[in-house]
Each structure stands twice: as structure tokens, then as C-alpha cells.
Design a protein around this ligand. Structure first.
Ligand SMILES: Cc1cc2nc3c(=O)[nH]c(=O)nc-3n(C[C@H](O)[C@H](O)[C@H](O)COP(=O)(O)OP(=O)(O)OC[C@H]3O[C@@H](n4cnc5c(N)ncnc54)[C@H](O)[C@@H]3O)c2cc1C
Length: 396
């Protein structure tokens, strides 16, 4: 049996894992980053959209090798076809090529000094003297034991390692969305914007998206509540058919689950931490989690480095405190907004998108929910409906 010893082992080379591995390796500690995939980043389970701000914020090169397309905003469609366009003068986001992006993040971690092993699956934790001493894994089908002072569970939404280490990551099925996505050739949509369709018949609790990767190629997907009696594929195919969009040039099919109902409370226990989708650190409004994984990974790595420098694993608890005091606090607010939007009828969605299309798009595009609510509250059809008023007041 091969045995290895590191300061830190990171399970999962998606987004959160490589950020942690890179930052901890940069600080001079020994790190092993593992992923069960044979090719890191492949297959993707993502629509690949992310804000442009993350590159500078998390020190990631703006590298054309993983940027498919620059995006200038979004277009929202209501159930009856009202449209709201939010277009910026500057590039606001990008559609990545995650197969390249994830691999490059692992490459940056390796360049910073981390060891990286693809096709290495963590199977269980190793317990010694009542403590977690590392993980048991399989590398190319051979069993290996990786000993480490700190174990990072960055193993995505299906995470097993945090749970095996005693962290409570359980959430009931209705707190997840099911997604289905085609990467396909598609025409007729402005390729400089992302496009989102809302409606209880179109995508219950979620939305249909078209995220352009080219002039005529896009990720076309859907997210719906995972306890729906029908599948996400059913709703996506229905929408494509109703809109006369042929699915004849289909390059990829992706299926995935997104945690949208709240976040893992305890993010660190003894010498184990959980980060990214594994901790359900996802924006519950739109289901995006890459930026959140980067933020959590950054906070986690800061406390890992401090804990190693001071040889005090107790300091890892500060990751829980800091995350909940910052991004966790922000995401809890977003979760409250989501719970209100879940109660909206198709008529509400039609009316709100209609009203907002006449409001100050710049303010709305800034993502300030307060401004959105204020714009809605001014409208007579809102003022005359007690239900709508009370829903919107919940958001203030
Ligand atoms: C259909 C869909 C569309 C999405 N679209 C967007 C979007 O447009 N923008 C956005 O920001 N977010 C999007 N998301 C969410 C986003 O993909 C995740 O939030 C993000 O990838 C989380 O990063 P992570 O590092 O926590 O986990 P992941 O990226 O899931 O990485 C986890 C890694 O752990 C590995 N792993 C798992 N178990 C083990 C094990 N036992 N041993 C070794 N390795 C293991 C996996 O192979 C994987 O590589 C989407 C999700 C889905 C499903």
C-alpha cells in the first residue's frame, strides 16, 4: 500500500479545491489536490457563466484559452413574453470553457507547489487515536493512504468526505434543483447577452437559460425543483419544442444537481473543512456557485495557513465564523428573496418584468434588490394588490 504525507489534502479539483490548494501551496505548505476524474474539468456540469470581476478578485489570469465569450448583460423573459434587457457598456461576465478552466486552476495550484493527482478517488477517512489522520483513496484503481494534518472536502454537491468526517451536510431533496442542459447550435438570440425565461409552466421554481458560447452555439439548460414529479429534461424539451428550436446539432448533454436551500452550518470540525458546493455555498437565487466557491476557498485557505503556521487546528473554526459573517450573511439574504420569488404567480412575473422594463435599468442591473422592489412598489397594479404588496414588503 502506497502511503503519502502532506500538510493538507484537498479532495476535489473543481473550483473551490484548486483555489485552496494554490493559496496554501503559495504559503509554503505541502498540499495534495486529488480528483476522481481522469481529466480534471471533464465532463462539465455547468452553464459556465461567471462575473468578470472574479479574475482580478481571486488572482486568476484572464486567459482566452478558457473564455468562450464575453457577455454584456442579460435578457429576462416573462411567461407571456414580456422582456427586460439589462445591457452594460462594458463586458460584465464571461462564458467559460470549464473543461479548460478547472484544469488550468489545478495547473495554477501545481505551479504554486501543490501536487495534483487526477483519477484519484477519496473513499473514506483514516481515523487514528480518535482523530482524522487522512484519507483512504484509490489512485488508478490502486489503494493509497494519504496522511495529512488538514483535510479539505471540496468534493462538490455529492460530497461524501465531510459527512464521513462527522460534519452534518444533510439537506432534504426539496432544497436542491435538478438541471438538464444541452450544448448545441442555436440561432436567433443576441449572443452578447445571457437569456433567462421564467414561468411556473416553463420551469417550476427555476428558469430556462441560453448562455452563448459562440454566435450560434450555447449552453441551453433548465433548473427546476428536484422534487417535481416531472424531470428537468421534460420541461427543457417542452420549451424547445414550443419555441420551435430544433435540437439537431447537439454537442453535449449535461445533468446536475444544485443546492439552493441553505448552507452547511458548521464548515470546520477538528482538522476537516468543507468548502464550495459540498458546503452548499451556492447563490440560491440563480444557482451559480463558482464565485461563491472561490470566495469560500479564499477564506478557508487563509485560516488553513494560520492553523498550520501556529500548529493550532482550532483556528480552522474561524473559517466558519468569517464565512457566515460575510458571504454567508449575504447569501442568507438572497435565500430570503428566493423564498419570496417562489410564491410569484405567472401573472406576477408578467407584471413585474413589464414594470421593470420601464424602470431604471442601470440600477436594476447593479443587482440591488432594494431598487428593484422600490420600482415595483410604485406601480398601481402592485399598490392595489394586498398579496403583491405583502410579498414585496417581505423583500425590504
Ligand atoms: C447544470 C448546472 C449549471 C450551472 N451553471 C453555473 C453557472 O453558469 N455559473 C456558476 O457560477 N455556477 C453554475 N453551476 C454551479 C457550479 O457548477 C458549482 O457551484 C461549482 O462547480 C462548485 O465548485 P466546487 O469546487 O464546489 O465543486 P465542483 O466543481 O463540483 O467540483 C467537485 C470536484 O470533486 C470531485 N470529486 C467528487 N467526489 C470525489 C471523491 N470522492 N474523490 C475525489 N474527487 C471527488 C469531482 O470530480 C469534481 O471535480 C451550475 C451547476 C449545474 C449543475
Amino acid at each position: 500500500m502506497t502511503e503519502m504525507k502532506y500538510d493538507v489534502v484537498v479532495v476535489g479539483a473543481g473550483i473551490a479545491g484548486p483555489i485552496v490548494a494554490r493559496n496554501v501551496a503559495k504559503a509554503g505548505f505541502s498540499v495534495l489536490l486529488i480528483d476522481k476524474k481522469s481529466a480534471i474539468g471533464t465532463p462539465k456540469q455547468c452553464a459556465e457563466g461567471i462575473s468578470k470581476t472574479v479574475f482580478e478578485k481571486y488572482d486568476i489570469p484572464y486567459d482566452r484559452r478558457f473564455i468562450n465569450r464575453e457577455i454584456y448583460g442579460a435578457k429576462l423573459y416573462s411567461p407571456s413574453g414580456y422582456e427586460l434587457e439589462l445591457r452594460y457598456k462594458e463586458v460584465s461576465g464571461v462564458i467559460l470553457e470549464r473543461k479548460v478552466f478547472d484544469k488550468m486552476l489545478a495547473y495554477y495550484a501545481a505551479k504554486a507547489g501543490a501536487d495534483v493527482l487526477a483519477r484519484t478517488e477519496a473513499m473514506d477517512v483514516i481515523r487514528k487515536d480518535g482523530k482524522i489522520a487522512g484519507i483512504k483513496a484509490k489512485h488508478e484503481d490502486e489503494p493509497i493512504e494519504i496522511y495529512a494534518d488538514i483535510i479539505v472536502a471540496a468534493d462538490g454537491v455529492e460530497s461524501t468526505i465531510a459527512r464521513k468526517a462527522g460534519i452534518n451536510t444533510y439537506a432534504p431533496p426539496h432544497e436542491f434543483d435538478s438541471s438538464y442542459e444541452y450544448e448545441m447550435l442555436i440561432e436567433g438570440f443576441d449572443p452578447d447577452l445571457i437569456h433567462l425565461w421564467f414561468g411556473n409552466e416553463i420551469a417550476p421554481r427555476g428558469y430556462v437559460w441560453v448562455f452563448p458560447k459562440d454566435e450560434d452555439r450555447a449552453n441551453v439548460g433548465i433548473g427546476i425543483n428536484s422534487d417535481n414529479p416531472r424531470t428537468a429534461k421534460y420541461y427543457l424539451d417542452k420549451w424547445l419544442k414550443e419555441n420551435n428550436i430544433p435540437v439537431k446539432k447537439l454537442l453535449e448533454i449535461n445533468v446536475g444537481v444544485v443546492p439552493v436551500g441553505g448552507f452547511v452550518k458548521e464548515l470546520a470540525k477538528d482538522n476537516v473543512i468543507v468548502v464550495g458546493d459540498a458546503a452548499r455555498q451556492v447563490n440560491p437565487m440563480h444557482g451559480g456557485g463558482m464565485a461563491e466557491a472561490m470566495e469560500a476557498g479564499t477564506i478557508a485557505s487563509k485560516w488553513i495557513v494560520k492553523a498550520l503556521e501556529e500548529e493550532n487546528p482550532e483556528l480552522l473554526k474561524n473559517y466558519t465564523t468569517e464565512w457566515w459573517g460575510t458571504d454567508g450573511k449575504r447569501l442568507e439574504k438572497v435565500l430570503r428573496v428566493r423564498r419570496v420569488t417562489e410564491k410569484l404567480t405567472d401573472e406576477d412575473l408578467d407584471l413585474f418584468i413589464q414594470i421593470l422594463s420601464g424602470a431604471d435599468a442601470e440600477k436594476i442591473a447593479s443587482g440591488d434588490y432594494g431598487e428593484v422592489v422600490k420600482a415595483l412598489l410604485k406601480h398601481p397594479k402592485v399598490l392595489m394588490s394586498k398579496r403583491r404588496l405583502s410579498l414585496l414588503k417581505e423583500l425590504l
